[in-house]
Design a protein around this ligand. Sequence first.
Ligand code: PLP
Length: 428
Amino acid sequence: MTTQNERLFARAQQSTPGGVNSPVRAFRSVGGTPRFITRAEGPYFWDADDRRYIDYIGSWGPAIVGHAHPEVVKAVQEAAARGLSFGAPTEGEIDMAERICQLVPSIEQVRLVSSGTEAAMSALRLARGATGRDKIIKFEGCYHGHADSLLVKAGSGLLTFGNPTSAGVPEDFAKHTLVLDYNNPQQLEDVFKKMGDQIACVIVEPIAGNMNLLRATPEFLQTMRRVCTQYGAALIFDEVMSGFRVALGGAQSIYGIAPDLTVLGKVIGGGLPVAAFGGRADLMQHLAPLGGVYQAGTLSGNPVTVAAGMATLKLIQAPGFHDTLAAQTSKLVQGLSAAAADHGIAFCADSVGGMFGLYFAEQLPVSYATMMECDKQRFNRFFHAMLDANVYLAPSAFEAGFVSAQHDDAIIAQTIAAASDAFALIAN
Ligand code: PLP
């Protein structure tokens, strides 16, 4: 029988490339039909066949307080009733900027934009403009949105500049991006020794969430901080995913390292399009209209999206919010690990705050290379078994998962019970 999801997917493919507006939604990695979502509430969403799922994507991070939280919805409705967009400044933008600076102390000034891609792209331009240098360093497996300079993978040798990972990115752009190994401080140090005076910035996910969940080692980030300072390069933490998610002050508060610039997104919009980049005031002063680095946006600091973000930030500042979120997430990964062990499956899991990783491997991966050794086929079977049991995980073996404040003990227990059945199914 053709389901409503199948009908919608067939229809979508007529008018939209691949039927989706962002590739991972298409289920290409896991196979099958994407679910078309009609509504969401708390820890759940419903698809076009009116099936309810426990959601562990949370819109890929923003839904930290749960879907359609009444206070966020109310803030949006009230802001919308006052007008959708003015193209002139509002007090709400000042409130948001002040709140971000207060919660993330390395940020002295901040600018609001509409997507993480835009924020990372702008931070790079700022670092290049402020240092007068062109070269940048990123790390294999980290994702920073789809700006040209960042869709680049490693070249064949240590000092070979990167190759585009997307058609349409000129080699001439990619040659300014050097792609190094995550969690390899020695390699980073060697590169800086050879060409530190040409490097504008290093951009990193301090807790990576785009090659599944992978923690940076403290030594890796400390080395990064030291060499950036020594050679006058800007250190950019991309906390679009980890910001306000792994802790109220982001990954930088966990590691105790202050980057020069931070890129934020997801949670600060509470489900509407808000992102930001900010950091040292002396760097931020290079931005137009004060300085020569141009950056702008018709909808930047939009009053409705800012209202959603502020309502979300208010909720996550409640005492103990992140402790409870971390405890629930930890309960989930411990329960999944125990269930996998019961069925003799090579599996482990990790979590930081409200973010988690599931790995079909004997040991926790520590690098991009070890991450890629996880059993993708087994994950795909697990994904579909969980989907059949109405639990919606990220449709890829290499994406992190997200827990919201609405995932209570009963939801976690239900998920673990479903996983136990799923592990039994894929054990052979
Ligand atoms: N940086 C990180 C760490 C991300 O995880 C993402 C998106 O997943 C981005 C940047 C890009 O953000 P957006 O999808 O809002 O453009």
